[in-house]
Design a protein around this ligand. Sequence first.
Ligand SMILES: NC(=O)c1ccc[n+]([C@@H]2O[C@H](COP(=O)([O-])OP(=O)(O)OC[C@H]3O[C@@H](n4cnc5c(N)ncnc54)[C@H](OP(=O)(O)O)[C@@H]3O)[C@@H](O)[C@H]2O)c1
Length: 241
Amino acid sequence: MKSVLITGASSGIGKSLVKRYVADGYQVYAAGRNSHKLVQAFGDHPRITQLVFDVTQLDQIKTIAEQVTELDHLILNAGDCEYMDDILHFDSQLFARVINVNLLSVAYCLEGFLAKVLPFGRVGIVSSSATIVPFPKAQAYGASKAGLDYLARSLSIDLAQHNIGVSLIQPGFVQTPLTDKNDFAMPGRISPQQAANSIFNGMVAGKHLIRFPFLLILSLQVLALLPFSWWRAYISRKTNK
Ligand SMILES: NC(=O)c1ccc[n+]([C@@H]2O[C@H](COP(=O)([O-])OP(=O)(O)OC[C@H]3O[C@@H](n4cnc5c(N)ncnc54)[C@H](OP(=O)(O)O)[C@@H]3O)[C@@H](O)[C@H]2O)c1
């Protein structure tokens, strides 16, 4: 039976991904930091093994990794978002928190779990479409996700000789607790089930880059072609309305 480990499985995209993989017959390691939330989400399904650890704690990851055998897919999805509301009082603690939970955590999980991924297996790294163009107040979130973009692409080069693939995953807006707290327009926001389908299909097809939804990604790519000063003027005007 094929197997997958998914971090951030207690909520949002990760929770829907667990259900999508289970529906396809996989043995799923569903990882979260809150055992109560995992039990609420999945009960005691025979093909779901719940793993409880904090992705920012390498010692916890290493201990848990002993319970994990071989993996066909490893999806590093856990993350958080905090915005920099008062830019003139740049909050380096906030910056460090976001880099820790979104970027360093992926390094810790790679140290713990990469050796478990089988030849012809695949690692999925959940970044964001926010890295296509810079957004206001997103200095910490954007920097953490841009770091993941580089990490995923560089990893892909070195893992190719081991026949392990890497998918860089850049979702647009998805309706989850992470975006429910946003007070700005989120064009093209999709359900976590739609996001999970796109990620699952892309992982199974061995895609290097999994981006969705199509229209939002296309618009961001066009905007990224503009001179930066045009984009800055446009997004500043929209934000300060
Ligand atoms: N939603 C979007 O529009 C969107 C767009 C682009 C990218 N993404 C990315 O997609 C990923 C999933 O986000 P989501 O929207 O599904 O958000 P979510 O519903 O808030 O889920 C985030 C998951 O990460 C877990 N997590 C956070 N910090 C953790 C830690 N220190 N240790 C272990 N687990 C931790 C959370 O656990 P708890 O349940 O215990 O909090 C939760 O399971 C994130 O990397 C996010 O940046 C989301």
